[in-house]
Design a protein around this ligand. Structure first.
Ligand code: F0G
Length: 352
């Protein structure tokens, strides 16, 4: 077996790089596609359900696929600094890849709405972290203006190289499954990933690597569902802070992806998200962050509603690792119990 070389080298033919592009990689990608038999049992045993566990990327989220391309291209054009707005994962990834490349990273996150793990990543990788007294959408507007006027490269998904890298998620699913699934489910925030996956499936299909194309199904949190509600949400609200976005940058392309693939978008409540989050951890042994659990919540909802053809193959992208957000994990689970250092006291607690 040959060693994995990172998504650019593995999928070079499909990516906008040349021999002159300095490749900045943390050997991202190659994440496991895990069958979810308990989830199938709990929902509909006739479905084949797979989880694309993107939390196992180097910085713990799918963002690394796009960031390796965005940072490599930034270096190629001589950029010495990158900037982004983020609900946390993009900033963690940008900070890590900028560190790897030896350039600066400036990141802007909404104050009080970023999970602890993500914030600590951006900090330890040496990014300049600004917490804005406002929301993600406002932060994105600011960094876009700055990147237009100053010599810093914007690495949000409005940078086209981000989505180019992220489409490799679809390539991997096809390579791992030996085909494209019938449905692909993703959480939707800024709407870049659903757009990138659809692009990836189409390109693989066009290249003759797969014969099928999936229907793309996106999920927004009920309190942050601009695409579903077809209006900008001024004050988005959800426990899934990663997708707490009211005016997604890739709104139009995401709508196209859904239309072209005959897919659709739906919403899930915070309660449904947290239930799915616990179920994944308890029943499948997979710890992903709340935004990722939105797809699992959506799966349960739509299977109940009979929205999927029986016998279908479904892939769910679990976008970020559970350790990103330890606070939500502790709030969602039973608290540890303090005991004195004695066997009898421990036994009393264990009920043995
Ligand atoms: N899941 C996680 C864990 C995310 O971090 C994000 C986006 C999404 C889903 C939604 O993906 O934006 O492509 O529709 N996080 C961005 C960030 C906004 O700043 O980290 P999307």
């Amino acid at each position: 077996m040959k060693a994995w070389r990172g998504v650019i080298e593995e999928y070079r033919d499909f990516l906008p790089v040349t021999d002159k592009t300095p490749i900045v990689t943390l050997f991202e990608g190659n994440t496991p596609l895990v069958p979810a038999p308990r989830l199938a049992e709990a929902t509909d045993a006739r479905m084949q359900i797979y989880l694309k566990c993107e939390g196992f990327n180097p910085t713990g989220s799918f963002k690394d696929r796009g960031m390796t391309v965005a940072i490599s291209k930034a270096l190629e054009t001589g950029s010495r600094a990158v900037i982004c707005a983020s609900t946390g994962n993009t900033s963690a990834s940008a900070a890590a890849f900028a560190a790897r490349a030896g350039i600066r990273a400036f990141v802007m996150v909404p104050k009080g709405a970023v999970a602890l793990g993500k914030l600590s990543q951006a900090a330890i990788h040496g990014a300049k972290v600004l917490m804005v007294d406002g929301n993600f959408d406002q932060a994105l507007t600011i960094v876009r203006q700055i990147a237009e006027r100053y010599p810093v490269t914007l690495v949000n998904s409005v940078n086209p190289f981000r989505l180019e890298g992220q489409k490799t998620g679809a390539f991997e699913v096809c390579d791992q499954l030996g085909r494209a699934p019938d449905y692909h489910l993703v959480p939707v925030g800024n709407a870049g990933n659903i757009t990138a996956y659809w692009r990836g499936y189409r390109e693989y299909h066009r290249a003759g690597r797969v014969k099928e194309l999936p229907r793309m199904v996106g999920f927004q949190a009920a309190g942050a569902a601009p695409i579903y509600e077809n209006r900008v949400i001024q004050e988005p609200r959800t426990v899934a802070t990663a997708i707490k976005i009211g005016n997604p940058a890739s709104w139009g392309p995401a709508l196209e992806a859904m239309k072209d693939s005959r897919g659709w978008i739906d919403i899930v409540t915070d309660e449904e998200i947290l239930r799915a989050y616990r179920l994944l951890a308890h029943e499948e042994g997979i710890f992903m962050e709340p935004a990722s659990a939105a797809t699992v919540a959506g799966l349960s909802k739509l299977i109940k509603a009979g929205r999927f053809e029986p016998g279908s193959t479904l892939v769910l992208t679990l976008t970020g690792h559970g350790l990103k957000d330890p606070d939500t994990a502790l709030e969602s689970a039973s608290r540890p119990t303090t005991v004195p250092p004695r066997v009898d006291a421990v036994l009393a607690q264990l009920g043995l």
